[in-house]
Design a protein around this ligand. Sequence first.
Ligand code: BGC
Length: 465
Amino acid sequence: MSIILVIILAFLALSLILPIIFHFRYPELRWNWNSIDTDTINFPDGFIWGTATAAHQVEGNCNNNWSEFEKKTQKDGEPNIKDGQVSGNACEHWQRYIEDIELIKRIGVSHYRFSIEWSKIEPTIGHYDIDAIDHYSNVINHLLQNSITPVVTLHHFSHPIWFEEKGGFSKSENIDYFLRFSKKVFSLYSDRVKNWCTINEPGVFSVQGYFTGMFPPGYKKPQLTVEVLKNLLEAHVQVYHTLKNQKNGEESKIGIVKNINQFEPWRRSSIRDWLFSLSLNHVFNSSTLNFFKTGKFKIRLPGLMWKTYYNERAKDSLDFFGLNYYSHNHLKFSLFKKDFSVLKFHKKDVMTDMPYTIYAEGIYRAIKFVSSLNVPIIITENGVADASDKIRETYIKKYIYAVSKAISEGANVVGYYYWSLMDNFEWAFGYDMKFGLYEVDFNNQERKLRDGSKAFVEIVKKNEK
Ligand code: BGC
C-alpha cells in the first residue's frame, strides 16, 4: 500500500471515529422540561439577588469609543449599528438614577451591578472630571441609603477616545492607563464599594471588536484578537493585585466577568463541524479558564491565531468568577461562507429576539465548567431580549431552575443578577433588543415593569433569606 493511501485511509478513519469520541466526551445536554417543575428551586441563605446595567447602555451622552463607532459605517457602506441608530440619551440614567434606584428597590433585589464610564471620569488623558467623580459618589451613596449594595464594573466595553486612539487594549503598554484609572476609582469609592468587576467579557470584547468587526474598532484581524484577549486578561491580573494591596483592598471582593457561550457542531457526525466548534470553544472559553487555572494563556490555531503567555499571578487573581450566560450556538462549517460557518437552529427550539435560542441547560453546563476554578461564582448577567414579552417568564423560570439545580449538586454559586434592569442600548443591535425587566418608552423615558418580569420579582421575594 502506498503511503498516500495509508494517509487517506487513516484520515477517513479518524473523521469517522473522532466525531463518535467527541459526541460522548462533549454531550449537548437536553432535559425533558415536561417532567420538570421549575418552581422546585432552592437557594442557600445569603444568596444574592441583583440586577445589572452598563454605563454606555443606559446613562446617555457618552463620548467614547462607542459613540465614535456609532457614527461610522462599515466598508460596504452599512452603518455599524442597526439602522444607523446611536446611543444618544439612552435611558438618561445619569439624570434619573434616583428614580431608577427606586425601581431596583421595587423588584426587591439587594444588589445593583453598574459600570463607571472611564471616558466621563478621565475625558482627557490624566485629567479627572470632578462632576463625574461626584456623580458616581452620589449614586453609590443613594444606593447605600436605600440598602442596595453597589457592585462596580471598571470596564464594560467602553473607554475614552484618547485611549482608543493609542491602540486601546491591542498594546500591552496601554494597560498602565487602565491600571491608573482603576486605582483612582478604587481610591475614591472603595470605602463604600466592596464588590468590583474588573473587565466585562474580555472574550466578547476582543472577538467582536477585532474578529467579527461588530464592536469598535471594527477590525477583522484574527491575530490581533488574541493579542487583545491576552492583554485584557493581563490587565485584570494587574488591576486585581494592585487594588488588593491598596487601602480597603483586603476586604474587597474583586473578580472578572466572562460570558460562556458553548459552540456546538450542527452535525454531530461531521468532523469539520466538530473541529470548528472545538476551536471556537478553545479560543473563546477554555483559553481564559486555563489562564486562571495554570497561569498559562495558550491559543493554537495554525495560520490564524497563535499565542503563548504566562503569568504566575493569574492563578491567584479571583475572589469570585462573574459568569454571564445567555445561550449556545450551533455552527455548520462551510469554507465558502463568511466567517467559515453558518448559524443553525433546531425547529423545536424557542428563539429569543437575539440570534440565539432559549437553552437553560447551558447555564447549568457553564456553571459546572467554571466550577473547576474553585472560586465562588456569581451569575453577573442572565436575561432575555423579548419585545413581545411572551417568553420572558419561561426563560426566567427555566434558567433560575438550572442555577438552583447546579447549586443542589454542590456548585458554589453565590448570586444571580438579571440583565437588565431596563431596556437599553444593545450595542450593535441598537434599541431593538428589549432585555429590560422594565420596559422603557424612549419617547418620554417612562419605565414600566413588564408582566413577564413578575416571575423574577416572585422568585426574589420567595428566595431572599
Ligand atoms: C453584555 C451586555 C449586553 C448583554 C446582552 C452581555 O454580553 O455584557 O452589555 O447587553 O450581553 O447582549
